[in-house]
Design a binder for this molecule. Structure first.
Ligand code: GTP
Ligand code: MG
Length: 206
């Protein structure tokens, strides 16, 4: 897939305020600082389309980016949205804000009719974290299609990343019959771009 154009549209405090659901949409979610905004920039080959920060909690709203892509250089254009969501699990966030986050995200995930797929980002350096497992388990209950995206893999040995993925899937296997697809990425080294774009391209054509 070739991305022809990527532009920021709007930051919304709730799913009701999001742009009209007139095209397929793909959202990125995961712990604060896991690399959601960086991955969106990497996919779009832009330095700072989505705002990134070394301090967790940077992204606070539902951020829409309008994308135009085509299958090949001269093929017709296809429009869709990429969505950058605020992260979960930031220790310094007050209980009240955490509840507000949960409600915003639950409402968005369950209410957004054009949401085709969620990309759940997990830091490739860590063993399964309770908060990620809880979130993924909740997605199972809501029946939302999702893909696991391992991030920051440039910071760890491939064997350690593989082991962490294995542990995570092992935990899911105890309650699930089907396991999610896993994509290994690095925003800094531009790893995993084609795989994510191909997955989106396949959905767009459904
Ligand atoms: P919040 O919006 O706060 O939830 O964070 P986020 O998940 O959007 O993370 P963000 O993209 O802002 O990245 C957080 C930090 O991790 C930044 O300092 C990035 O430069 C760094 N980072 C993100 N992805 C990678 C990666 O693949 N490799 C390395 N080495 N650093 C990364
Ligand atoms: Mg962010």
């Amino acid at each position: 897939m070739v991305i022809k154009n990527a532009s920021y549209v709007i930051s919304s405090p709730s799913w009701q305020k999001c742009p009209a659901p007139d095209r397929p949409e793909y959202a990125f979610i995961g712990r604060s600082n896991v690399g959601k905004s960086s991955l969106i920039n990497m996919l779009c080959q832009r330095q700072s389309l989505a705002k990134t920060s070394s301090t967790p909690g940077k992204t606070q709203m539902i951020n829409h980016f309008a994308i135009e892509s085509s299958k090949k250089e001269k093929a017709p254009k296809y429009s869709w949205y990429l969505v950058d969501l605020p992260g979960y699990g930031y220790a310094k966030v007050a209980q009240k804000s955490r509840k507000a986050w949960s409600k915003m995200i639950e409402d968005y995930i369950s209410g957004r009719e054009n949401l085709m797929q969620l990309f759940v980002l997990i830091d490739g350096r860590h063993k399964p974290q309770a908060i990620d497992l809880e979130f993924v388990m909740a997605l199972g209950h809501w029946q939302i299609p999702f893909t696991l995206v391992y991030t920051k893999t440039d910071k760890e040995m491939p064997s350690v990343v593989e082991r962490n993925i294995g542990f995570f899937l092992e935990q899911l296997r105890s309650s699930w019959q089907f396991l999610p697809q896993v994509i290994i990425t690095s925003a800094t080294k531009k790893v995993g771009r084609e795989e994510i774009l191909e997955l989106i391209g396949n959905y767009n054509e459904k």
